[in-house]
Design a protein around this ligand. Structure first.
Ligand SMILES: [Zn+2]
Length: 61
């Protein structure tokens, strides 16, 4: 299930710790928020396919 919890996009500059919110804007500084859940992997990771292919090869040996 996708998380709806968001985090202040500017917290590193403006706060001592991440400020989480369910809204589109930070309740403390008004900056926009971004989805706090890190992507499980980067689909544009240039080495992702290489790693997966290597893993497959290892599994087949
Ligand atoms: Zn903020």
């Amino acid at each position: 299930m996708k998380s709806d919890i968001r985090v202040c996009s500017a917290w590193r500059d403006r706060h001592d710790r991440p400020v989480y919110s369910l809204s589109e804007t930070c309740p403390e500084c008004g900056a926009t928020t971004e989805n706090s859940a890190p992507a499980p992997y980067n689909p544009e990771d240039p080495y992702g396919e290489y790693r997966r292919a290597r893993k497959r090869r290892l599994a087949e040996e």
